[in-house]
Design a binder for this molecule. Structure first.
Ligand code: C2E
Ligand code: MG
Ligand code: MG
Ligand code: MG
Length: 279
């Protein structure tokens, strides 16, 4: 139905179409189609080790190939419709196979972090599935990080604790994502078996770039006191990098170093060292 009465009109129409498509029912149909037609892809965002300035690992971030719909829009729909189960399995399979492909190309082994939705708890065989994938691809589970959020603790608590304990038992790493955005994070940290916390962008934006950054220093100290590694995410500025390095933060992820990359782009910078003139 697109009318080519001029380039600007065409663009206008496209934009309007995008709005119309952002309804839940439309997104559900797009997700179902994407599962059937290989319509998803993963992007990989580097996580930089602040001590060595090397890439420590990558976070796998889901995208729709043919639609400009952000995960913040389509993940909630996937969760509500149960499609997250099959999508979550596709993400795990693709990420672990990518890990093996990079190793086979001689690039080396770097951790891959995978986002896990609490709605995937309904997938009772997910850990078995993960374990089969790592075995089949000869990937050490220690190099796969499962990123959970505090929302998992609002689900059935016994189920959650069993799931996390089993994940640890087989050797996977657990990261608490979006740290600082929820409730009583400190309490959770003392009883859930996490290896690492990821400081949310909103926390970094609030507590970095200030003359007094003692709050950030304390957060990092707190994590280290609990024997946790700490990643700061959403880092876009040099000043933030310098403050985090000074405070002893372990890893940084953000546009300052790199946006999420296609797998081929990730290969090009795989063993890059982010030498900092300011150090
Ligand atoms: P998240 O796991 O907290 O991922 C970090 C988000 O911040 C990503 O957005 C990333 O692209 C973005 N980001 C990274 N560096 C910067 C920066 O310097 N500045 C800014 N402004 N943003 C930055 P993205 O890819 O749109 O994903 C959004 C959320 O969607 C993720 O938040 C995660 O909760 C969810 N998600 C993404 N992929 C998956 C997936 O495969 N499964 C599940 N369950 N959730 C996913
Ligand atoms: Mg994440
Ligand atoms: Mg996050
Ligand atoms: Mg998030």
């Amino acid at each position: 139905h697109v009318k080519h009465s001029g380039k600007n009109n065409y663009i206008f129409y496209q934009n309007k179409m995008k709005d119309v498509m952002n309804t839940k029912i439309e997104i559900e149909a797009i997700l179902r189609e994407a599962l059937k037609t290989d319509g998803f892809k993963l992007l990989y965002q580097p996580q930089v080790d602040l001590c060595s300035a090397e890439i420590y690992g990558f976070e796998a971030l889901l995208r729709l190939k043919d639609h400009n719909i952000r995960p913040d829009q389509f993940i909630p729909v996937a969760e509500d419709t149960g499609l997250i189960i099959n999508i979550g399995r596709w993400v795990a399979k693709t990420a672990i196979e990518q890990f093996a492909r990079w190793r086979e190309k001689g690039l080396g082994e770097k951790t891959i972090a995978i986002n896990y939705s609490s709605k995937q708890l309904r997938d009772k065989d997910f850990i078995i599935y993960l374990t089969q994938l790592t075995k089949a691809n000869k990937v050490k589970p220690e190099l796969i990080e499962i990123e959970i959020t505090e929302s998992i603790l609002l689900e059935n608590n016994n189920e959650t604790m069993t799931f996390l304990a089993e994940l640890k038992e087989v050797g996977f790493k657990i990261t608490l994502d979006d740290f600082g955005t929820g409730y009583s994070s400190l309490n959770y940290l003392t009883y859930i078996p996490v290896d690492k916390v990821k400081l949310d962008k909103s926390i970094n934006d609030k507590f970095l770039n200030l003359k007094n950054n003692r709050v950030m220093d304390s957060l990092i100290l707190l994590a280290h006191s609990l024997n946790l590694k700490i990643t700061a995410e959403g880092i876009e500025e040099w000043e933030q990098y310098l403050q985090l390095k000074r405070a002893g933060c372990d890893y940084i992820q953000g546009y300052l170093f790199s946006k999420p990359l296609e797998s081929t782009e990730a290969e090009e910078i795989f063993n890059h060292i982010f030498a900092m003139a300011e150090d």
